[in-house]
Every structure is written in structure tokens, then in C-alpha cells.
Design a binder for this molecule. Structure first.
Ligand SMILES: [Zn+2]
Length: 541
């Protein structure tokens, strides 16, 4: 408590201080400048900013030139670019996949009954009679005293697990985080944990509420190429195969063993539940083809004058989907809101730092990662190959999907309650006459789905916050309608266009000012934000 009081008074000090030029820099954050950035980055000329295309060339050059004109130095030695080597894998499953329960020989057809791929850089993957082990939710979470693998031997076997975490299904707030998804609920965690346990394969039982999307999402991504970072070990640290069982397939397989899937899920939500060997085997064969390619992260640094090796990072991914299927005569996925508006904010925050009369004590980095849309690949690569050590990285303040719908009363925090950045933000937001709002859709695990998460995973307290739900002028209902309209009609579609006649940048400006204020405070203090009790990342710091 004492530390927080100390912090509050410091924040007050910033707003009163005159000689640093903070106030002037804050007020100079400009909607015109932001419009200029979005109009270029989301133009048709940039072709939807897909990695490995002409759109990438134009985008990274633009970002570099803007960093130069702001006076930010190259982050990577003498370069503003960091090469991110990637490999694209297309998996073709030889049908059918066989699951033998001893009672029935189930012939499952990919991708409708089972959606599997192999993340290994191997041309042929042959799995013959791999034993199936049911491992509850596939979670080992010491802070919740939960271990689905306790007493189970899964090495060289295939685990079958439920999606999400037990908190969702019980609604019990003392179990994990209740209905809010923890990282343990994400499929990415389950794949990683299966590999750590030495499992050959993993199958997640699909269920729409827990996944947050229908079966056709994993179905479709199993038949389109998947992008990975090149690792040098040909992804030998991943399972041989990963994927999802449709709800119907799971029902058929478990009923052979006398289980009903819903009853089993209820059982698996009870502390102390023990998984079991299903006395069944899986056989499958996958042909992989791959191509290697290099994309680029872009970053610039404003060196701190007291502790230049400590850094505050502002991030916004530059990539989007490029050119795809035509919709209403348009085939360019311009990504104006995803993520043009955030890049514009990041530049204006950077400009505000350079407008102060003095450089900050700590360094400030503007970071534009690649391939966020393909699974945060650019930011995950960066956090494995950082310029500033992770334990010298004070925070990552990220954004994504910032809507141009005018000034908002709320600051929606995705991942609210994770760290005391929330408390700092709340204080700064109050000065703008705004209040913090926990993301109302926290059960979909959005905190794990943008670039700040790559930093969180390394123990760096990180923030994803923006005005989203409560327009100062039109109220809450209107705001929800605006968001829904964006999600339903423009999100990840060619219609995510820059529309200067209808867009209102005033709210984005206020979000930029808020992020600037928080970062300015941290950049001029020796304060380190902390994870809160119960955060799944606390142990990592
Ligand atoms: Zn995005």
C-alpha cells in the first residue's frame, strides 16, 4: 500500500511539473498526424501489409523513415529491422484417421471429424497405435494447486483434453479466475504443455463456449498453411501432431469407454480429479510441405539519459492479411483499425517524448512487430532475441483494434487485474475524467491474443487498454453497436478501410495521451510494475 501511495504522488508531480515540457508535449499529440499515418499505412498501395510481399517492403520502409524523422535511433545495432526467419507448413492428412477403442474402429475424416496438423519440419509423419490418455484440462498450474498430469504417464502417448479451464464451467470464482479465461485455458498453452510433458500428440475436445468460436475455426486453420518461427531444431520441441476433435467425434469415442463427455467434464472440474489411460489408440499419417521466408520487425529507440539499459516499450503490429477473396468488389485487407490506428498512436507517443525538453531517464522503444496475425510470431521472436534484457524491460504498452469513434469515458483493460499497471492507469485515466473497465469479454482470452502477451510470457508486466465501450457523446449502447458493427462487418475483412469522412480521432488521441502519461511516468522513475497475486505470470518475473 505504501508503495502505491508513493506512486500516486509522483504522478501528481508530473502533471504539475513545468520545465520538462510534459504538458506541452501531451497537448501536442495530434489527430492530423495520426490521420496522415493511417491514410498511408491503410492505403491500397500498401496492399494489406502482408508479410513477404511488396506490401511488407513499403510498410517497413515507411516505419523506418518515420522513426528517422522522429529522431529515434535504430534499435538493432545500425538497423531499424530485425530479421524474423519463419517457415510455413502445410499439412495434408491421409484420410481416415483411425481411433481404435477395442470396441470400435472409428474412422475419422479430416478436417470435419478431426482437425489435425503437424508442426514438425518433416515430410512424413506416421503415428501407429499411439495410446490415448485423457488428461482433464491438460493443465499444470502450481499457483492454483492444480495438476492434471499428476500420476499420469503421457510420454510418447497422445493426450486428449478439454478446452478452456475449470473456472469457466463451474462459474466458481475461487477456481482459476472463474469465467475469465486464464492462459491455461488457451489452446496454445495446452499444446506447449503437452510438448513439455513429452506427449507425441494432443487432441483438444472442441466445445463452442469454451473455445470462444465454432469448430469450423480450427477446422479451417488445419487446412490452410500455418506459419512458425524457424527454430533450428525443426520444431522437435513440439508435439508430432496437434489438433482438435469435433464434439461428435469425442462423444463417440468416450461412449465406447462408458463415458458421457459432459459428465466427464463436470468430473474433471473437481480438484483432485485423476485422468486415465483410455485403452484406445490413434493411428494417422500426415504429409507436410514447407517454405521458408524472412519477415522483419521494425523498432527505434530514444536512449534514456540515466538508465539507458532499462526500457519502456510501445508496440503495435504492422502486418495484416494482404490481398484475399473479393468482398463487395474489394479484395485488399487494408487493416485500417487492425492495426493502422495503433501504429499512428505509437508514432504520436514517440513524437511526444521527443517534444519534451529533456530525454527520459530510461529508454523508450517504439516497436512494430510482424506476423501478429499468424500467432504473435514477430513479438515472440523479439522476446527470444531482445535488444533490452527482459529483466530490464519495464513494461510493454501495446494496442490493437483501436476504434475511431470519438472520445470515450471508459478505458477498457484487457487482462484487468493482472498487474499494478492497472492502478497507475486508473490514476492517469481519472485525470482525463475516465474510468477503467475490465474487458467484458474476458472469457475469450483476448489478453493472450496480441503482442503484449509475448512480453507477459517472459514475465514483463504488460498492458492492453483502450477506450471501447462508453462514448462521451453517445453513451454505452451506441458504443456497443459501433464495436459490433466493426467486428461483424469489417474485422479481418477487406472493408477495414480508412474512412476520413466518418472517422473521429479524438478518442484515439486521448488514448495516446493516456499511454504517453503512463509511459512518461515509468520512463522517469525507478518504479517497476508488478504482477498481482494470482497472476499466472507472477512466478516468471
Ligand atoms: Zn491486430
Amino acid at each position: 500500500m505504501r508503495r502505491i501511495t508513493f506512486f500516486f504522488s509522483l504522478l501528481l508531480l508530473i502533471s504539475c511539473s513545468r520545465d520538462s515540457g510534459f504538458e506541452k508535449a501531451y497537448n501536442n499529440i495530434s489527430t492530423d498526424e495520426m490521420m496522415r499515418h493511417v491514410s498511408v499505412l491503410a492505403s491500397d498501395e500498401f496492399m494489406g501489409r502482408a508479410p513477404f510481399t511488396r506490401g511488407e517492403e513499403l510498410t517497413v520502409e515507411y516505419l523506418k523513415n518515420e522513426l528517422i524523422s522522429l529522431g529515434f535511433e535504430p534499435a538493432f545495432g545500425s538497423s531499424y529491422f530485425q530479421d524474423v526467419p519463419m517457415v510455413e507448413i502445410s499439412s495434408e492428412v491421409v484420410n481416415p484417421v483411425i481411433i481404435n477403442t477395442g470396441i470400435n474402429n472409428h474412422k475419422l475424416l479430416a478436417p470435419d471429424d478431426i482437425a489435425v496438423i503437424s508442426p514438425r519440419i518433416m515430410e512424413n509423419i506416421e503415428i501407429k497405435d499411439s495410446e490415448l490418455v485423457f488428461a482433464g484440462f491438460g493443465i499444470s498450474a502450481p499457483e492454483y494447486e492444480w495438476d492434471d498430469f499428476n500420476g499420469l504417464d503421457v510420454k510418447g502417448k497422445t493426450i486428449v483434453v478439454f478446452v478452456n479451464d475449470p473456472g469457466l464451467y463451474t462459474g466458481n470464482n475461487d477456481l482459476f479466475k472463474g469465467k475469465e479465461m486464464t492462459y491455461y485455458g488457451r489452446w496454445t498453452y495446452k499444446y506447449e504443455q503437452a510438448a513439455r510433458m513429452g506427449a507425441t500428440g494432443i487432441l483438444i475436445i472442441h466445445e463452442t463456449e469454451g473455445a470462444g468460436y465454432p469448430y469450423n475455426i480450427p477446422r479451417n486453420s488445419s487446412i490452410t498453411p500455418n506459419l512458425y518461427l524457424q527454430t533450428g531444431n525443426k520444431n522437435a520441441d513440439r508435439c508430432m501432431f496437434t489438433g482438435w476433435l469435433s464434439a461428435n467425434s469425442a462423444e463417440a469415442i468416450f461412449s465406447d469407454a462408458g463415458y458421457d463427455v459432459n459428465t466427464l467434464r463436470t468430473e474433471a472440474c473437481k480438484p483432485g480429479f485423476k485422468g486415465f489411460n483410455m485403452k484406445a489408440t490413434i493411428s494417422l499419417s500426415i504429409n507436410n510441405s514447407f517454405s521458408e521466408n524472412v519477415s522483419r520487425n521494425v523498432a527505434g529507440v530514444l536512449k534514456g539519459k540515466e538508465s539507458p539499459d532499462e526500457v519502456i516499450i510501445y508496440s503495435g503490429h504492422w502486418d495484416h492479411f494482404g490481398v484475399g477473396e473479393k468482398e463487395k468488389g474489394d479484395s485488399i485487407f487494408n487493416g485500417a483499425v487492425d492495426n493502422g490506428t495503433t501504429m499512428a498512436m505509437v508514432f504520436e507517443i514517440g513524437r511526444a517524448f521527443t517534444n519534451c525538453s529533456d530525454r527520459p531517464d530510461r529508454s523508450v522503444m517504439l516497436f512494430f512487430p510482424t506476423s501478429e496475425e499468424q500467432g504473435l510470431l514477430g513479438s515472440l521472436y523479439y522476446t527470444d532475441h531482445p535488444v533490452f534484457d527482459m529483466d530490464k524491460t519495464v513494461t510493454c504498452i501495446n494496442n490493437d483494434l483501436v476504434l475511431p469513434i470519438g472520445r470515450m469515458k471508459d478505458v477498457m483493460v484487457t487482462g484487468y487485474g493482472q498487474s499494478d499497471l492497472d492502478d497507475m492507469l486508473e490514476e492517469a485515466a481519472a485525470k482525463q475524467d475516465r474510468y477503467l473497465l475490465p474487458d467484458p469479454n474476458a472469457h475469450t482470452g483476448m489478453y493472450f491474443r496480441s503482442d503484449h502477451f509475448a512480453f507477459a510470457k517472459k514475465g514483463v508486466p504488460s498492458l492492453y487498454a483502450r477506450g471501447n465501450c462508453d462514448s462521451r457523446e453517445h453513451g454505452k449502447e451506441w458504443s456497443v453497436m459501433q464495436e459490433r458493427d466493426y467486428i461483424n462487418n469489417r474485422y479481418h475483412r477487406p472493408a477495414d478501410n480508412y474512412e476520413p469522412e466518418t472517422w473521429n480521432f479524438e478518442g484515439i488521441r486521448e488514448d495516446a495521451q493516456l499511454a504517453f502519461k503512463l509511459g512518461y511516468y515509468l520512463a522517469n522513475s525507478s518504479e517497476w510494475p508488478h504482477w498481482k497475486e494470482g497472476s499466472e505470470f507472477k512466478e516468471l518475473r
